[in-house]
Structures are given as C-alpha cells and as structure tokens.
Design a protein. Structure first.
Length: 139
C-alpha cells in the first residue's frame, strides 16, 4: 500500500497523467469499422468500373475537315452482337465550341465491331470531330 500512496503523491507533485487509452487501431470495434468501410469503398469502385466497361464504346480512327461547312470522321464502334447502337458525333471549332452535331444509328448485326464514316455539317470551320457518346438504341 505504501507504493500506491507514493505513486499518488508523485503523480500529484509532478503532474503525471493517467495512462493513455489505446489508439483506435488497437481497439477491435473501430478497427473492424475501418476495415469494413475500406471494403465498401473498394467494392463500390469495382462496381463502377465494371458498370462503365459494359455497353457500346467507340474509337475515333481518323478525322478530317473537308471545308468550312463539312467535317468527316471514321469511327469504330464496339457493341454486343445483335445490339443496335446510337452514337452522337460533334465537331468543334478552334475555341472548342460545338459547330456541328449528328446522330449515328448503327443497326443490330452479328459483328462485334463496325466502322462507319460520318459526315458532319458545320456552321463554321471545324478543327476536330469527336464521338460524344454511344448507347444501346431503344426498342
């Protein structure tokens, strides 16, 4: 007992603090919550990546500006066989303003990848042509 009294006197005299609690990562409940949270974030990331990788996609092979009112693009469209696809193609001018827009309908077919050459009429001279989006056609 005398040592407890001495410890108490020393603690009072020198301002010792009681032993600190264990850090959160050494306690089971906060550690389990952190691991569960990390797994949920990882699962969400995988789900988003898989969801975005499905569906039609497009790749611009080449584009050229024919004149001040016309541009042309060669595009490869990948889709599941038997799926009709609609893509939006736009032409941009030097200031990145949209100067032309056209919708491309690709009917269902057996090929996984099809190529199309698309002409885009423009309101002024375009400098580039891009595929904005491709989606499975309704119906």
């Amino acid at each position: 007992m005398p040592s407890d009294t001495t410890d108490d006197l020393l603690a009072a005299r020198y301002g010792r603090r009681p032993r600190a609690a264990r850090p959160w990562y050494r306690r089971p409940l906060p550690l389990a919550a952190a691991v569960l949270g990390a797994l949920l974030v990882l699962a969400y990331g995988v789900w988003v990546a898989v969801a975005q990788s499905q569906g039609p996609s497009s790749t611009v092979i080449a584009h050229r500006v024919l004149d001040d009112r016309t541009a042309e693009v060669r595009v490869a469209i990948a889709r599941e066989p038997g799926t009709a696809v609609t893509c939006a193609v736009h032409a941009l001018d030097a200031s990145s303003a949209e100067v032309g827009l056209v919708r491309v309908d690709v009917p269902a077919g057996e090929q996984r990848e099809v190529q199309r050459t698309v002409r885009v009429r423009t309101t002024s001279r375009a400098v580039t042509v891009q595929v904005v989006s491709c989606a499975q056609a309704a119906g």
